[in-house]
Design a protein around this ligand. Structure first.
Ligand code: GCU
Length: 343
């Protein structure tokens, strides 16, 4: 059965209350002389399924961390929006009710406009380029700590979302003209609203977990995402025309409650950072294979993947960069990313 965030808003509160009670538990005792290790489990909210590379890599993050901290820190991943949709989990992490979450760059854009720099079309040339920039502290240290004071949120690093493309219910979109007047779901951000408007379509913001039902019922005519989410969320069943608009390379962030992160000893923090590096590397490796599998599985289920007039899409989106890159701090980040592409 599919579970959407709508059905989960009410039970979530009770579930969280229960979950909080069991936050720390003693790990199995060693010899009688050793004091039992106090284990803290970090709860991580994710809106993807268990087959998605993000779940697989984050689940392994927990194992890595547990081992590297001799049982002191663990991570439990809650998939399928069970702790809430991203806009809610962003708030819950800031409040310390949930410890960690994966949220899209579109969500962080709502807390600080500086994050727009990494959400724009044209900022990244490839997944490899993107990952080298968004996990390089020389570029990101100030940005990733900038939400701690006001929001109690620290950004750990980034996972790729791969290239995002548009998919529709009725026919492929080979050029922006084919999208005229169509209602396309977007993430809740100004940039994504403007992006879809620039293509001549009508943007409808909504949470990820509501997209399947909205497509099915005809509330929207299409959406935009990568092949992996398109297949794992079963959107191909209700919107079988995937058009390779590749309008940008999407970015997810791992966020953590700042107080929780500060609670790690220096030694455990080093283990955390090392385990995270292995985690985003694993995720990047899994991504290509997961994308290929999503395409062949969706095709086998009747979806079609169509190449588009890329120049027409690029021309329509070109004004967005100047429109949204207005602050020197944003430009600095954008330029740092572009410079890394030339190296
Ligand atoms: C991708 C991304 C998610 C995001 C989703 C969306 O699947 O990985 O973090 O929530 O797109 O479009 O909402």
């Amino acid at each position: 059965m599919r579970i959407t965030s709508r059905y989960f808003v009410a039970p979530t509160v009770g579930l969280l209350a229960l979950a909080l009670v069991a936050c720390s538990s003693p790990a199995p005792a060693g010899t009688e002389k050793e004091a039992p290790v106090e284990k803290t489990t970090l709860r991580l909210a994710l809106n993807q399924t268990e087959e998605h590379p993000s779940f697989i890599a984050l689940d392994a993050f927990g194992e890595r961390l547990l081992e590297a901290t001799d049982g002191r820190w663990d991570i439990e991943v809650f998939p399928n929006e069970t702790l809430g949709a991203q806009a809610e989990t962003l708030q819950l992490v800031g409040d310390g009710v949930v410890d960690m979450a994966i949220v899209s760059g579109a969500q962080l854009e709502n807390l600080s406009k500086d994050f727009i720099a990494f959400n724009l079309p044209t900022v990244f040339d490839s997944v490899e380029h993107q990952i080298s920039v968004v996990n390089n502290p020389e570029v990101t240290a100030d940005l990733y700590s900038s939400l701690a004071d006001g929001n109690n949120i620290s950004v750990v690093g980034g996972f790729t979302q791969g290239a995002r493309s548009i998919y529709t219910k009725n026919a492929p979109a080979e050029s922006p003209a084919d999208l005229a007047g169509q209602k396309i779901r977007v993430q809740e951000s100004e940039l994504f609203l403007s992006l879809v408007k620039s293509l001549g379509a009508s943007p409808t913001p909504m949470a990820f977990g509501e997209v399947y039902t909205a497509l099915q019922s005809g509330v929207i005519d299409g959406a935009e995402n990568n092949e992996v989410s398109y297949f794992t969320q079963k959107h191909h069943e209700v919107a079988p025309y995937f058009s390779y608009t590749k309008h940008l390379i999407g970015l997810d962030y791992l966020i953590i409650n700042s107080g929780k992160l500060d609670g790690l000893t220096e030694e455990d923090r080093a283990a955390f950072d090392e385990a995270w590096t292995a985690t985003y590397e694993q995720h990047t490796e899994l991504w290509t294979e997961a994308t290929e599998k999503a395409i062949s599985d969706a095709e086998a289920a009747g979806a079609t993947f169509t190449e588009v007039d890329s120049d027409a899409f690029a021309d329509a989106l070109e004004p967005l960069v100047d429109q949204f890159l207005t602050e020197p701090s944003q430009k600095k980040l954008y330029d740092a990313a572009r410079d890394a592409s030339k190296k």
